[in-house]
Ligand binder design. Structure first.
Ligand SMILES: [Zn+2]
Length: 83
């Protein structure tokens, strides 16, 4: 099955009917109306956790977006102890 824009919009309509968020955990902001992907979404809103609204470049409809950040940590030994 190909993923043409009309089919994607129908899918988004279906999700909108049953879920509080139309898209979640994407790498970029995805328009919840038409599926347009906002490249370089990290440039919006100053980089941290952020809630805002914007107008879609593709379909010109307004929607809300949220950036949720998770932190992961790594450690390494500084001294020569234990190896
Ligand atoms: Zn759109």
């Amino acid at each position: 099955m190909s993923t043409t824009q009309p089919q994607r919009k129908e899918l988004l309509d279906e999700i909108n009917d049953r879920e509080p968020y139309v898209t979640q955990f994407e790498d970029n902001i995805i328009c919840p109306y038409c599926g347009y992907e906002v490249r370089d979404s990290w440039e919006l809103g100053g980089g941290g956790e952020h809630d805002d609204s914007m107008i879609c470049d593709a379909c010109a409809r307004e929607f809300e977006w949220s950036r949720i950040l998770t932190a992961q940590y790594s450690t390494r030994r500084i001294g020569g102890d234990g190896k």
